[in-house]
Design a protein around this ligand. Sequence first.
Ligand code: AMP
Ligand code: MG
Length: 337
Amino acid sequence: MKKLFLISAAILIILLCGCSSQQEIVERDIFALDTFINIKLYGGSEEQANLAQESISELEALFSVTDEKSEISRINSHAGESVAVSDDVYNVIEKAQAVSNRTDGSLDISVYPVVKLWGFTTDERHVPIESDLQSALKNVAYSRISLDETSKTVTLESDMQLDLGAAAKGYIAEKVAEKLKSNGVESAVLSFGGNIQTIGLKGGQEWKIGIKYPNIGDNFGVLSTGEASVVTSATDQRFFEENGIKYHHIIDPKTGYPTDNGTSSVTVVCKDGATADSLSTALFVMGVDRAKELYLNSSDFDFIILTEDGRVFVTEGISDNFTLTDEHSDLSVEVVG
Ligand code: AMP
Ligand code: MG
């Protein structure tokens, strides 16, 4: 009897191992949201991948700042008036505003007039004229964006303009993940450039997410995680060079210039996609010391920060799940918390 039990158990284990190793991966590459998107569904179907693709297109149509028909463009072209928006757009603006409040405006979704002057949304990238920058900065003030919860309306003061580029990708990735889960997907990884959203586990194990060394291009660390949003803001995601100087896309809303505080990359891990994305940008602008302070007064996120001089800061909530790669084992790691 005992022998029979052992044989049955062995067969069961072989079957389980067999299932996970033979699990079919359905993969899809998409260019949307001005980003290369890769979707991997473990044990998924082409229909489910189609669903993800449709969902991305629908959400992009709401959020794109360069599409005249998007809700964001409608808000921008009606500055001074109340504009009714979808729940999706309202939610992202509300979550971004919460992060702006927590970070003293290090994230400011009204920074668009400045981002436009640098040409980051049009691909005509150049250093703006100082006087243009100063006059655009007068219209950057997240506190002058009004939200009305009941009517789901957004009102900008005249001459203000929004860009949800720092927050929407995290939201969209999470929303697509929710749609996939309600359609039977149990294991998947969605990669939207620097935004990673996982669903479930990979063959019963945590996902291993490589954290990229900006400009060098290989990974300096690996993070193990279950289902989460893992979002990175870094100096090499969008940049240009003029007269031998590199200018990247993460703007300090107080100065109008690319943030220059010794930060190289910020990765945020959070259950909420829009908050993860908003925080990655905000913590980049804040720099290590202020990011540490915010962490010590918060309980909803963790981070990995790499500085330009090769120091790595990892918060204690994920420090046991983070390892340096062999190639970068010489970096110094400080645990925050
Ligand atoms: P991310 O890649 O998520 O860090 O977001 C950067 C993008 O958001 C840029 O390409 C700009 O369009 C916009 N952006 C840049 N700096 C800020 C900022 N401080 N607050 C809000 N949006 C920003
Ligand atoms: Mg962001």
